[in-house]
Design a protein around this ligand. Structure first.
Ligand SMILES: [Zn+2]
Length: 395
């Protein structure tokens, strides 16, 4: 069966309908009114209508995953199709149409999550429908994993991986504009604080100015940025260390006794978080001029970098599936511009690629959209991957 045959069978009315209904559910993160749980319940319902076993797993109050299982004969691998239910918030004033009331215009669907990444989920459900309709015996099983909290602490995927740690492969449907992606940078965010001694602004000799102390740290971090910029990865931009915020001072006639900055550190595969923390301490205590206990450093966000290594068999397999489906000769897997949950799967030993409809450039933007044609191709590719990996078909 070739790609064109498959794409003719894709039920576009159904996929568009699932996507429009899903966009209407305000599953924003930070969470509000149990939106993520409502989205999980909606999707579990759609899967059950297709006679797919599906459950809702509540991972926190009002926050849940939907997991669907299409079982085969138990003699083959387990493939996860993963997507996140949560979206970032939207200010209706910035949008031409209400962000949670999707519209179709110029063969695009507009709405919050249209690209990132409710379209990936809708395409996966479209693929699940094809699997059920084709009724082809599968050797392994497909897990449809629709998770909450990707945009923050990854509670949903962590819960999923606790339940299904022995899956073999995964495809994450983040918006890659239908490119095959095999690596992404990680992100770590820190708060760094220094304390001084408050005093009258007119008598600085009797005070220690925390903002001036922080100035030393900021200069040191800018030098650090130059150093890490020399580290390279074949598919990804170099690591970065950006200062994203500063707070200090209470009133304009008092020398501040406290200053705090936030930094965003992007990691490439090969860098690890202990190394990064040690480097930061070294630079702050060296060029930054701080004593070991003269500052505080707290990490409050971390997702590691991820890479499906080219020496893994799945790297060649998924490349080959992609080449056959899209009828291209030389597939060059790409890096992902944003962070995603690939690294969490890879840390569990699950070989994982990223592929989905929509552009990452649309993510988190006003008037976010997905090209409808990409939904069809994505659904077809997911289906073709299932046939190739679990049914020995798709040649
Ligand atoms: Zn996303």
């Amino acid at each position: 069966m070739n790609a064109r045959d498959i794409e003719q069978k894709v039920d576009m009315t159904y996929i568009q309908n699932v996507l429009m209904e899903l966009i209407k559910i305000e599953s924003i993160n930070p969470p509000k009114d149990g939106g993520e749980k409502k989205a999980a319940e909606f999707l579990a319902g759609r899967l059950q209508e297709l006679e797919i076993d599906a459950e809702v797993h509540e991972v926190a109050d009002g926050r849940a995953n939907a997991v669907g299982i299409i079982s085969g004969s138990n003699t083959g691998p387990t493939l996860v199709l993963n997507g996140h239910l949560d979206v970032v918030g939207a200010n209706p004033e910035d949008w031409d149409n209400p962000p949670f009331d999707p519209v179709i215009r110029n063969r695009r669907i507009y709405g919050r999550g249209a690209a990132d990444m409710k379209s990936g989920i809708a395409s996966m459900i479209g693929a699940a429908k094809l699997i059920k309709e084709a009724d082809i015996p599968l050797k392994g099983r497909v897990l449809l994993s629709f998770v909450c909290d990707e945009e923050s602490k990854n509670l949903g995927t962590l819960d999923f991986l606790d339940r299904y740690p022995d899956a073999d492969y995964a495809i994450i449907g983040e918006p890659t504009s239908l490119h095959l992606v095999t690596a992404h940078r990680g992100v770590a965010r820190f708060r760094i604080g220094v304390g001084g001694k408050a005093g009258h602004a007119g008598e600085p000799e009797n005070a220690v100015n925390a903002v001036c102390l922080m100035n030393g740290i900021i200069s040191a971090l800018q030098e650090y940025q130059q150093i890490i910029n020399k580290r390279k990865h074949k598919m990804l931009p170099s690591p970065t260390c950006s200062i994203t915020g500063i707070k200090g001072g209470q009133t304009d006639n008092v020398i501040p006794d406290r200053c705090e900055i936030t930094i965003d550190r992007r990691l490439i595969p090969g860098e690890d978080i202990e190394q990064v923390e040690n480097e930061l301490k070294e630079i702050i205590q060296g060029k930054g001029g701080m004593e070991k206990d003269g500052y505080t450093m707290e990490r409050y966000i971390f997702v590691g970098p991820g890479e499906l290594k080219p020496n893994r068999p799945f790297f060649s397999t998924i490349k080959d599936i992609y080449a056959r489906y899209f009828d291209v000769q030389n597939v060059e897997p790409q890096g992902f511009r944003a962070t995603c949950e690939q690294s969490l799967f890879i840390d569990k030993g699950i070989d994982t690629a990223v592929f989905g409809p929509g552009s990452i450039g649309q993510a988190h933007q006003a008037n976010e959209y997905v090209e409808i044609d990409e939904l069809r191709k994505a659904a077809g590719f997911y289906y073709y991957s299932v046939l190739s990996l679990l049914a020995g078909k798709g040649n």
